[in-house]
Write a protein that binds this ligand. Structure first.
Ligand code: AMP
Ligand code: ZN
Length: 114
C-alpha cells in the first residue's frame, strides 16, 4: 500500500532494525520503545485493522504467533515472559493502519493492562 509506513518498511523503502523476516512476516524494533524490548510483528500482507482480518488470514495469524514464540526464545525473554498488544481503532490509539502485534518484554510489566 502506498503511504503505509509499515509497507515501506517491508519494501525496505525506509530503514528499520529488523529482528526477523520470512516470506509472510517481518519483525522490527519499535522506534519509540515503551519497554527495554519492544518489537513489532507485522504481516507482509497489508491489512489495515484487526477488523479486516478474515478466515482467509487464519494461517497467517497463527504463523505470527509462531514467529512471536521464535523471537522470544531466540532473544532470551521467553522464560521471563512478555506481553502482546494489538490495537484496533481510535479508542485503542492505533496510529499505523497496518496490523501489528507489539511484543513488550525486558522488565516486569504492570499488573493491569490499562
Ligand atoms: P499503534 O499505536 O499500536 O498503532 O503503534 C504504532 C507503533 O509503531 C508505535 O509504537 C510507534 O512507535 C511505531 N512506529 C511508527 N513508525 C515506526 C517506524 N518507522 N519504525 C519503527 N516503529 C515505528
Ligand atoms: Zn501497509
Amino acid at each position: 500500500m502506498e503511504d503505509c509506513v509499515f509497507c515501506k518498511i517491508i519494501n525496505k523503502e525506509i530503514p528499520s532494525d529488523i529482528v526477523y523476516e520470512d516470506e509472510k512476516v517481518i519483525a522490527f524494533k519499535d522506534i519509540n520503545p515503551a519497554t527495554p524490548i519492544h518489537i513489532l510483528v507485522i504481516p507482509k500482507k497489508h491489512i489495515a485493522t484487526l477488523l479486516d482480518v478474515t478466515e482467509e488470514d487464519s494461517i497467517l495469524i497463527a504463523h505470527i504467533y509462531q514467529v512471536i514464540n521464535k523471537i522470544a526464545r531466540e532473544n532470551g525473554f521467553a522464560e521471563n515472559g512478555f506481553r502482546i498488544i494489538a490495537n484496533c481503532g481510535k479508542d485503542s490509539g492505533q496510529e499505523v493502519m497496518h496490523i501489528h502485534f507489539h511484543i513488550l518484554a525486558g522488565r516486569k510489566l504492570g499488573d493491569k493492562i490499562v
